[in-house]
Design a protein around this ligand. Structure first.
Ligand SMILES: [Zn+2]
Length: 262
């Protein structure tokens, strides 16, 4: 019976897509789905699209990193001249400022929230916001020696969070980063058990709490393994599939099903 239920869901609901432009065979699918499940990202300007190949600016990146790292941001205000107290990202930027992850742009007191962000600067923000230390992997990037933020890029690479750009040994530190690329870096810093072509991650993954697809009942606030008979009985309108870990589902306020013990 359980295998019948599973096959029905495999056919009808999988591969599940949260965004119309993040296909299940895209290299960034797991990373974006994980961030979506954990409420770090949502649809672009109220649509069901994610715009994975768009460049991302500094304010949007600050939000994703501060939220992904679990920094406290509510009620905080940054001290930058160009980030007003009522700016939507002020709290996130302030949280990063408190963590030492951002400072004024080239000796000024400006954050430049609407500028696109470089791959090197994302590396610095992520390492400092997540408090990452050097990992065990050998770093063979050929274009980072002596560049701005080299130390931070090395820390990410030694943890398998970044690698060469499109199969090369170059990191392209001065390139502006896309929404898909930043999603990969943040999700791997959060959760090393996500399938990662580079291998590795920030910490040793917990095999009993690895990231996988679960079915959530958004009415009863319970969550299930996909093989649970309850998934078959759940009303379609109450159903939401999310790619996450059990402990993160609990942190979002969902109770694990007592039958399937997700
Ligand atoms: Zn269940």
């Amino acid at each position: 019976m359980i295998s019948v239920a599973k096959s029905i869901y495999a056919a009808e609901n999988f591969p599940y897509q949260s965004f119309s432009d993040v296909a299940s065979n895209a290299w960034y699918y797991n990373f974006v789905e994980f961030l979506s499940a954990n409420e770090i990202v949502n649809g672009y300007k109220g649509t069901d699209t994610f715009m994975p190949n768009n460049k991302i600016n500094r304010q949007e990146t600050a939000k994703m990193i501060a939220a992904g790292a679990g920094l406290i941001y509510e009620g905080l205000h940054s001290t930058f001249d160009d980030v007003a107290d009522d700016h939507w990202a002020d709290g996130y930027i302030a949280a990063l400022q408190n963590a030492g992850a951002v400072s004024g742009f080239k000796g000024t007191n400006n954050f430049k929230p609407r500028d696109y962000i470089k791959r090197s600067h994302v590396s610095k923000m992520v390492v400092l916001a997540f408090n990452l230390e050097e990992g065990n992997l050998e770093v063979n990037l050929t274009d980072i020696e002596g560049v701005d933020c080299e130390t931070y890029i090395r820390i990410l690479a030694s943890n398998g969070i970044v690698g060469g750009y499109k199969g090369t040994t170059e990191f392209k530190p001065n390139n502006e980063i896309t929404r898909a690329e930043v999603s990969k870096i943040i999700s791997l810093a959060m959760e090393p058990s996500i399938s990662n072509p580079e291998g590795g991650g920030g910490d040793e993954p917990d095999p009993d709490d690895a990231v996988q697809w679960y079915c959530f009942n958004i009415n009863s606030l319970k969550f299930h393994r996909l093989t649970c008979p309850s998934v078959d009985r759940m009303l379609e309108k109450n159903k939401k599939f999310m790619f996450t870990t059990s402990s993160r589902a609990v942190a979002l306020g969902y109770d694990p099903c007592k039958v399937c013990k997700p």
